[in-house]
Design a protein around this ligand. Structure first.
Ligand code: 13P
Length: 331
């Protein structure tokens, strides 16, 4: 199982390739469709995901696509199930397996990501359906009093249990601890919180015997909150702060694939480019959601005549990020 995970993790973070996060829950996807003027039906969610997956030459720049449970059970318009159709395109299919961040009992205002109950059975089902990897996202909001040690420990433990279960099922876990951009905090506070969260996650992964060469870490970039009143950090400052936090991860980690977290597509790419100037033992690439798909959704907006425009908008972002991911300096 583990050697299979190592091979898949290496493929997911192969030079010049990244991961497309198209795993918005039914609720989130529906509201994004509505904002774009598209009726939020299961069929429109399917059409939109097929538009993304079949964008021309996507596999040149994208190693894997993360879907949600609904999409994994849907088919392309020719009747081929999504996992098989995507594999035939040369892309690994992945599945979001957490069931969302819910209020954390005992910790007012904080969240715990749920989905551990029955997880091994669900992972076995997803592996049978053709999924090669999985994703679990924990969220941490920075305020004056959060995240607390309790929320960090609870979420890190859940990430560890999820990762161990994935590797036992032969699926590569994408481990996503996201320190949110919401708030007025500065870059230094984001750096300190991200470092504390990562340390807790590493401890749990180690205690649960997770093979770091068979996971992909999906962190936030280290930057100021979106309501920070002073000047925004430069890509060089963000790269420096982010890589300094990541240096605590051992060399055997398969790779790092960043989330975009609400940054503009251009800013996320510029920051990823600045990261590549640092020598690192693991590849640094993208696993963006909004920074890849927002322009595509706007261009398509449900109009069949704009299908190719939607695909072109996705390809333009994906190609820009893959070009940057290729600039890596290995240490
Ligand atoms: P964003 O890049 O939009 O933050 O989404 C990535 C993701 O997969 C969130 O879980």
């Amino acid at each position: 199982m583990t050697s299979n995970c190592r091979t898949i993790a290496e493929r997911l973070t192969a030079p010049g390739k990244g991961i497309l996060a198209a795993d918005e829950s039914i609720g989130t996807m529906s509201s994004r469709l509505e904002q774009a003027g598209v009726e939020p039906t299961a069929e429109n969610r399917r059409v939109y995901r097929e538009l993304l997956a079949t964008a021309p030459n996507l596999s040149d720049s994208v190693s894997g696509i993360i879907f949600c449970d609904e999409t994994l059970g849907q088919t392309f318009s020719d009747g081929t199930p999504f996992p098989q159709a995507v594999l035939e395109l040369g892309i690994l299919p992945g599945i979001k397996v957490d069931t969302g961040a819910k209020p954390c009992p005992g910790l007012p205002g904080e969240k715990i990501t749920e989905g551990l109950d029955g997880l091994p059975a669900r992972l076995a089902k997803y592996a049978d359906m053709g999924a090669a990897f999985a994703k679990w996202r924990a969220v941490f909001e920075i305020t004056e009093s959060t995240p607390t040690r309790g929320a960090i420990r609870a979420n890190a433990n859940a990430l560890g249990r999820y990762a161990a279960a994935c590797q036992e099922a032969g699926l590569v876990p994408i481990v996503e601890p996201e320190v949110l951009m919401d708030g007025r905090h500065n870059r230094g506070r984001c750096r300190d919180v991200t470092a504390e969260v990562h340390a807790a996650v590493r401890t749990e992964l180690e205690l649960l015997n997770v093979d770091l060469a068979g996971i992909v870490l999906k962190p936030n970039m280290v930057l100021e909150g979106q309501d920070y009143p002073d000047r925004p950090s430069t890509p060089e400052e963000i790269a420096e702060a982010t890589v300094s936090v990541l240096r605590a991860w051992p060399e055997e980690l398969a790779g790092v694939a960043f989330l975009s977290g609400g940054q503009s597509p251009e800013r996320a790419t510029a920051n990823l480019e600045a990261m590549q100037k640092h020598e690192t033992p693991w590849p640094l690439t993208f696993s963006f959601g909004r920074a890849l798909v927002s322009p595509a959704l706007t261009a398509w907006h449900g109009d069949p005549q704009c299908y190719a425009d939607g695909q072109a908008a996705l390809v333009s972002r994906v190609v820009a990020n893959a070009a940057v991911a290729r600039l890596r300096v290995a240490s």
